[in-house]
Design a protein around this ligand. Structure first.
Ligand code: F0G
Length: 352
């Protein structure tokens, strides 16, 4: 049985017989066809790739499995990352499973509860830094210069190698590349990875075309769109609250080479898309993930015709990661009732 993406895509990844077989069953995530949003936009087909179905609930597992396999191959005993939450959860999980001491640096008070809970449960050492994700990443980059510890942020090239398999899966399943890929952009590793994956498949003759890469940042954290770093990034989508992405130039290259775009969506648009996904499609993703759909919804306004197009939106993380946002923004009041049939029937019949 093939359990994870290293086994599945072995020939297309930088692994050898010396690379340990690492897996938590990541990859092979569902590609679910839209039943409502796609039609409302005139798309031929719209699909959501549910990366929240990975073992730690986000796409980060694809990159982490490769980074960990290569760290083990190199004899490393410790790993480190800066994170807005998902990378730290993935690092902590694989670190725990493969006996690596895991150190994560997160912006204090700014990561979603589910992600913090994961890192704690997996037993990582968590340093909450007094600063932003960008400050934490700068610190980590300096630390790895002086300590024997493996950096597992997406500046580690093996992370990108693992994450490119998301593009392979889309083509394997659709039989062709979509016309467009919509994807949230934070530190810009994932858009870089997908672009690499699509190009590799095209070069091997497994797809005739590559999609236009449509990246979306949060308006309060949109350095690529604004053309300069954002010193105090702010957005409800904490996963992409990043002011100076490490893979900035690679994201621009993906945009330009694919004739795509990188634009931004504000928090209201992000929350609207988040609730539409949940209520019209039955898909609960985290706010950063819904930035891809918020961006898609905005494309006609930006002059992009979606008629007849096949589009894939990457839903990067599970909604359960960030229960606080659902509680605050879904605006559903609990209706308290006594646990007997008369009380329940009275309430239901009261017309409220
Ligand atoms: N969506 C989610 C749910 C994320 O956690 C991230 C990044 C992104 C999108 C953006 O991806 O950085 O490759 O452009 N999260 C990182 C982390 C920064 O630390 O977990 P990107």
């Amino acid at each position: 049985m093939k359990s994870g993406l290293i086994d599945r895509y072995r020939d297309l990844l930088p692994v050898t017989d010396a690379t340990p077989s690492v897996s938590l069953g990541e990859g092979s995530t569902p590609l679910v066809r839209s039943q409502s949003i796609g039609d409302s936009l005139g798309c031929k087909d719209l699909y959501f790739k549910l990366e929240g179905c990975n073992p730690t609930g986000s796409f980060k597992d694809r990159g982490m499995v490769m980074a960990i396999a290569k760290a083990l191959e190199a004899g490393k005993k410790r790993i480190i990352c800066a994170s807005t939450g998902n990378t730290s959860a993935a690092a902590a999980a694989y670190g725990a499973r493969y006996g690596l001491e895991t150190l994560v640096l997160v912006p204090a008070g700014e990561i979603a509860l589910g992600k913090l809970a994961q890192a704690m449960a997996y037993g990582a050492r968590i340093l909450a830094v007094n600063g932003s994700f960008d400050d934490a990443l700068n610190a980590v980059r300096s630390i790895v210069e002086v300590m024997d510890i493996e950096l597992v942020n997406s500046v580690n090239p093996y992370r990108i190698e693992g994450q490119k398999t998301g593009a392979f899966e889309i083509i394997d399943e659709l039989g062709a590349a979509p016309d467009m890929l919509c994807i949230p952009v934070g530190n810009a590793g994932n858009i870089t990875a997908y672009w690499k994956g699509f190009n590799e498949y095209q070069a091997m003759g497994r797809a005739e075309t590559t999609p236009k890469m449509m990246g979306f940042q949060a308006a309060g954290a949109a350095p690529i769109v604004r053309g300069e770093p954002v010193l105090k990034p702010e957005t409800i989508a904490t996963a992409i609250r990043i002011g100076n992405p490490a893979s900035w130039e690679k994201a621009e290259a993906a945009r330009d080479e694919s004739e795509g775009m990188i634009d931004m969506v504000d928090d209201n648009e992000i929350v609207d898309a988040y609730l539409r996904l949940a209520r019209e499609e039955g898909i609960f993703c985290e706010p950063a993930s819904s930035a891809s759909v918020a961006g898609l919804i905005k494309l006609p306004e930006l002059g992009v015709d979606l008629t007849g197009k096949t589009v894939v939106c990457i839903l990067t993380g599970n909604g359960l990661k960030d229960p606080g946002t659902a509680e605050k923004r879904a605006l559903v009041e609990l209706e308290y009732v006594e646990p007997d049939i008369d009380s329940v029937m009275n309430l239901l019949n009261s017309g409220k």
